[in-house]
Design a protein around this ligand. Sequence first.
Ligand code: T4K
Length: 373
Amino acid sequence: MEESKPIYVTQPALPPLEEFTEYLKQIWENKILTNNGPFHRQFEKELAEYLGVNYLSVLSNGTLALITALQALRITGEVITTPFSFVATTHSLWWNNIKPVFADIEPDFFNLDPDKVEAAITPQTTAIMPVHVYGNPCNLERFQQIADTYGLKLIYDAAHAFGVKVDGQSLLNFGDLSILSFHATKVFNTIEGGAIICHDEKMKQRIDYLKNFGFAGETTVIAPGINAKMNELQAAYGLLQLKYVDDNIAKRKAIADSYRVQLKNVAGIRCLSDIEDVHHAYSYFPVLVDSGIYGKTRDELYEELKKHNIFGRRYFYPLISQFPTYRGLPSSKPENLVVAEEVADKVICLPIYPTLSNDEIIFISEIIKNGKC
Ligand code: T4K
């Protein structure tokens, strides 16, 4: 394949413009732009049905969904979380004046290691906040068991896990709350957007108050809420996206399968495999570079790809625990996070999005094969 335009780690899937303009006409007509309008209500309903969850609130982005989820459960003190995630996971604790405590990850799918979480519990711990990294489910049973034993809340950052199912059931139905992100770079996007999934009507009501400044009626404010509402244009866009998401996920699966075939025998390159009984949505395609075997470091491969106009991303390097805001915390010490440090040094996410062609996959794979020393 000829090198031409850049290939980024992702490219958003957009719905057909002519279909969107039909929705825009309705918005222009009724002049309801935000504040729980008709498209917002319809989107929440249809999205909950699609995902197979009972109670869901859409918000303006995933970060505000995390911040609001912590508010909704009145979490204080210390929360045990992963350093191997996007910074927003830990930032949401900081914005709530909660002390993040980092625990190490497990080496297979890079999610929080339940044993390490259990060992990090103190009298100040009030919750656990794991991330389903790259959409691969955490150890759901063990986390629930730890939460029950120690009386802790369990909030899953499921920003990467749109549409993921375990044994036919939505991954979002586990824990006390789960949050989603609908950012442009995600499997399902509303440009910016997010959601909180909960399990009863009262909690949904509380979340809905919190995302609207705490208003529970025209003159009643029940909490210091925030403005995290999704507007009507994005809700309409989201409704339209629902029509195409299954097709997009199927295309992502085909891309993941193709990469796995291409990279199967490249010594020193490890792809993650699918998990039995899990319906994956292929939000990312991470590979691990073992420089001792491959002959080049991850960073050398990253630069090599860039030379060919291919922009993979080192999600998640550096670890959150290495950023200035967090590196002084006792739990940030590298000796506490041995597996996370290693994975952060080896991982690179390859381009994956519905319109990535098979020629492009082969082109990227050839560079990886040829880059081998
Ligand atoms: N929790 C977790 C575990 C998360 O991963 C995230 C977000 C959150 C919470 C917070 O959710 P939000 O508040 O964002 O809803 C991106 C995203 O901004 C972020 O949403 C995402 N995780 C994170 C993993 O990645 P960047 O800075 O790496 O994205 P950016 O702008 O470099 O985009 C990557 C590539 O995608 C670009 O090189 C080109 C392409 N692109 C991007 C955009 C935005 C496009 O082609 N079109 C676009 O509109 O953070």
